[in-house]
Every structure is written in C-alpha cells, then in structure tokens.
Design a protein around this ligand. Structure first.
Ligand SMILES: [Zn+2]
Length: 358
C-alpha cells in the first residue's frame, strides 16, 4: 500500500494540513504549524475535538479522561471485548440499557455486514464506478464495526466520531482484523472540517445524522470531503415510523413530544435528556438537509431495501408483484418506513463552480 492512499487530516481550527502522527505510540501529541494548537493522540486516535457536544449516550459517561487512560494502559493486552466492557461500565445508565449497549457493540462487526452490503448495492445502482475505488470515510464510526468491511473494499479508511473512548475500541478492532495500518481514526464532530476536500471516493453515515447538533453543516462537510464522482450513503431512523418505539430509548412516541416533555420523560426513565441522545429526522427534513450541501440527493426507494434484486427474497417478491403496484406502495411507504436511506452524489469536476465552493 502506498503512502498516497493515506488521508490528509487538517487542523479544524485553521485548515492547515496536520503532520502525520505516530500511530504506534501509546500516547503523544501533534502541533499544527498554522495556529500552533496541539492535539493529543491515544493509541493512534487523534483527538481534534474543540468542544464536547452531548451525543447519543455521551452525557451518561462518568469520566471520559479516566476511561481513556484506563483503555490506553490496558490496550496491548486487552481484546475488543475487554475494552468494550470497560467502555460499557463507564456509563451511568440502567442495567438493561447497559446490557443492550454491550450487545450492540459486541455485535457491531456482524451487524455492519448488512449495512455495508446495502451501501454496496446502492452505490452500484446509483453511483458511478469511481465510488467503489480509493479511500472511504466512516462518519460516526463509533466502535468501528464497519471499518473491517470498508477496509476489505477500499485502500484506506478513515473513521471519525466524537466518542474518543469508542474509537479506542475501534483501534483495537482494526488491529484484530489486521487493517490498522490502513485506517485513520480521529475524534471529532462532523460539523468540524477535519479532512482535506475531495479526500474520499465514498462516505458512509449510518445511524448518525440523528445525533449531530447540526445535520445540515455535517452533511455539507461530508459532501465536500468527497471526490468528484464520489458518493455519500446515509441511513437514519425515520421520525414518522409507527412500526416500533423510538429506537434509541425504546419508548413509544417520544420523538413526537414537545422537547421539554420528552427531555423530562426520558430523564426520569434513563437519567439523561432525550435531546442529548437524538433528534429524529423525517423523510422531508432529511432530503432538505442533504440537498443543502449541493449534492444530488437520491432517496433510496423502499423496494430497494426489501426487494433488493440481488437477494433471493427480492427476486421472489419481484416475480409475484408487477412493477406498478410496487412503485405505488413504495411511494406511500416512503414517509413511514422505519429507516430512511439516501445517496448523495458529489457534484462532478466540471460542475464544481463558485456556487458550490463557498
Ligand atoms: Zn491550526
């Protein structure tokens, strides 16, 4: 693998390219030549966060510094499962939530097999072949369940997440899968500019956009980080799905309550405010948020998930139904399906005009 496959990380504060840090060191720091800020790294994970925004379960974390210190010192001898246990135990949450969280992290690699295959399918169907070659970004990678899958498809993978401790688990996971040398891990918020423009052939942002403070700015950053011909795959739970409880807190209808009531209700049950965990998007909002980046937005139709013609089930169902009823059902279901998916195609090189470059 050549060095040119590595991704260029920029200083979120001044935009200067940051020097490469030694990912084999247990801990260290890099200095920005532009603004002289220093950024620390832990087991190769560079911490570029300027503020700690509450996201997902982060406000239930007891003490991030203590947790990261403990993970860094036990890293060499610990397994992904050991680090996951440290991570889960560092949260102040009811036992059933912790059990779910542990299970979610331990099953992350297996679960993401489906997600990355679904992304493959959407890229093949709606994007050009250039979205399948080169570097990939996992925006909101958490404990890195997708990284080995992306690593098998792309020459270099970058993972970014505001949760530094989860990224240390991701670093271990990548080592165990033998791809650590081809993965760049950065703690940061999606609203920050962290990668040079046109760095990636593809970006994946699944179960993440509902947790960011500013989905519009986050989408804009991701689209700008795409090469011409690149594509961003987004998946997020649908605010208007009536098929189950709110997927993060498992409480029915909480996403429809006024903010203050939802916060108080979830706080009583789980000890943290709902708005610190998630804000679900509707199909319409998602489309508007993504389109603001200037990308061409393709909402993935319902039948692509359930009638994927590459799956046996898809072939069978397609034989049973004719095209017209499927399309009508698909249109009607779009607003109520459990999760929303969309592909954003980066503006191509010729179309990159002053209007896109702010
Ligand atoms: Zn700087």
């Amino acid at each position: 693998m050549t060095g040119s496959d590595e991704v260029t990380v920029v200083c979120p504060s001044c935009g200067e390219h940051l020097p490469r840090w030694d990912e084999t060191e247990a801990q260290g720091a890099v200095a920005c030549a532009g603004c002289e800020r220093t950024y620390r790294h832990y087991r190769g994970v560079l911490d570029l966060r300027s503020e700690r925004q509450p996201t997902c379960w982060s406000s239930a974390m007891m003490n991030e510094e203590d947790l990261v210190r403990e993970m860094v010192s036990s890293f060499s001898s610990a397994s992904t499962a050991d680090l996951t246990e440290l991570y889960v135990q560092a949260h102040r949450l009811p036992d059933d939530v912790l059990d779910r969280d542990r299970e979610y992290m331990l099953a992350a690699h297996a679960r993401e097999t489906w997600t990355v295959r679904y992304m493959d399918f959407c890229l093949d169907r709606y994007a050009g072949p250039s979205a399948r070659l080169g570097r990939a970004l996992d925006a909101g990678c958490g404990s890195g369940g997708s990284l080995p899958h992306l690593g098998a498809r792309y020459s270099h993978v970058a993972g970014i997440d505001p949760d530094l401790a989860a990224l240390v688990v991701a670093a271990k996971r990548c080592s165990e899968h033998g791809i650590r040398g081809r993965v760049t891990l950065v703690a940061g918020n999606l609203e920050q500019r962290i990668f040079a423009d046109r760095s990636f052939a593809a970006a994946k942002c699944t179960d993440v956009l509902e947790h960011v403070m500013d989905p519009e700015l986050s989408s804009d950053r991701m689209v700008r980080a795409l090469q011409p011909g690149g594509a961003l795959f987004v998946l997020t739970p649908n605010r208007f799905s009536f098929f189950g409880p709110e997927p993060h807190v498992r409480l029915w209808g909480v996403q429809f309550l006024p903010k203050a009531i939802a916060d108080a209700y979830v706080h009583r049950r789980l000890g943290i405010a709902y708005s610190d965990i998630a804000t679900l998007l509707s199909a319409r909002t998602l489309r508007r948020v993504l389109a603001a980046s200037g990308a061409e937005v393709i909402p993935v139709p319902v039948e692509d998930k359930h009638l994927n013609p590459r799956s046996l089930r898809g072939v069978r169902i397609r034989r049973l139904l004719r095209k017209r009823p499927i399309r009508a059902i698909s249109r009607a279901m779009r607003f109520f399906q459990p999760s929303l998916e969309a592909l954003c195609l980066a503006p191509d090189a010729k179309a990159t005009t002053a209007s896109w470059r702010r």
